[in-house]
Design a protein around this ligand. Sequence first.
Ligand code: DSN
Length: 402
Amino acid sequence: MDYKNLKKNHSKLYKLLVVEKKRQKNVINLIPSENYVSQAVLEALGTEFTNKYAEGYSEMRYYFGNKNVDQLEDYAKLLVYKVFKIKPVDYGVNLQAYSGSTANLAVYHALLNPGDKVLSMSLEHGGHLTHGHKVSLTGKLFNFIHYGVNRNGFLDYDQILQIAQKEKPKMIVCGASAYSRIIDFKKFKEIADSVGAYLMADISHIAGLIAGGAHPSPFPYADIATTTTHKTLRGPRAALIISKKQKSKFQVSGSILHELIDKMIFPGMQGGPHMNTIFAIAVCLEEALKPNFKKYAKQVVKNAKALANELQKLGFKIISDGTDNHLMLIDVTPLGHTGKTAGEILEKNGIIVNKNMIPYDTRKPWDPLGIRIGTPTVTTQGMTEKDMEKIAKKIHSLLTND
Ligand code: DSN
């Protein structure tokens, strides 16, 4: 894109864009929740679909002039079914949530009553703010209790079962933003079924890996799956909600999960969908169906394993001693750092990470014991295992002054 109108008429903003583009090109971006989208996704975000109001759903809009929008939303849904290998007869899809946070809140609110008990992974052990952290609206509206990982950094399914049987939650949330191991959705479903709870899988981090066959799928186990579309899936900043076409357990009798969720997204929580974003979601889903995307997803994992191996050889302490997915957590305190000081040194030298609490952290989120790194972006840029070795050595030399 040449951005010629921005350049001509909005020079101050254009300059900001130029420096950000340059920054993205010049750094080694190891933030595992970020990615660099294709030119086609960028173009899609800037199309005339941004001009259209389309409150409602296909063929049930409150505005006229939506024939093209209906076609777009219907087609994007079909792509979701293809990418995640599920069938319209079994699942409903909502593409309108403005973000993953909104998607998660909408699911809780659609299927539960305020105050209901939900069991999820704690943020401190790798979960997410919207999995009921006390500062999040999700944690204020619902009664969240949490599971974590064991001292080795792994989920302990027996312990999760015990908590579930004692607490009898109405929903169990699995999925994480800082967990580097395979999530066993089947086991989670067995636990949820044993207490009559819904299973919701937040697959935001690993959606692209699932689409590319590099992580097991939550289907058919999860009753509901939410995901952002901009992480490993490499699309625009938005979200999807996929839910079973089954009757709700706790709400108005006879209501179907995905219908309750649709109603909660619009008109419950949002107004008009961002159709330019949905257009861009469709583009990223078409990309995810190409054979290259499978290669990409598998390379993301290979790169993460190579990076973790090399870092371990250099003496780094990786939580759970490795990774099965796109990310890892590193305890940087043996090197005399905190997450904050390590991240600052790396940033000064062109490596971008995020500071992150590690399980059993003794510090605060603003300056925790660890950093979180991952390989989605560098893999998009074409890097392979050899590059990971170089990156590991560079990180080591910067953090040890070696
Ligand atoms: N903030 C995102 C992450 O970095 O994992 C999750 O929403």
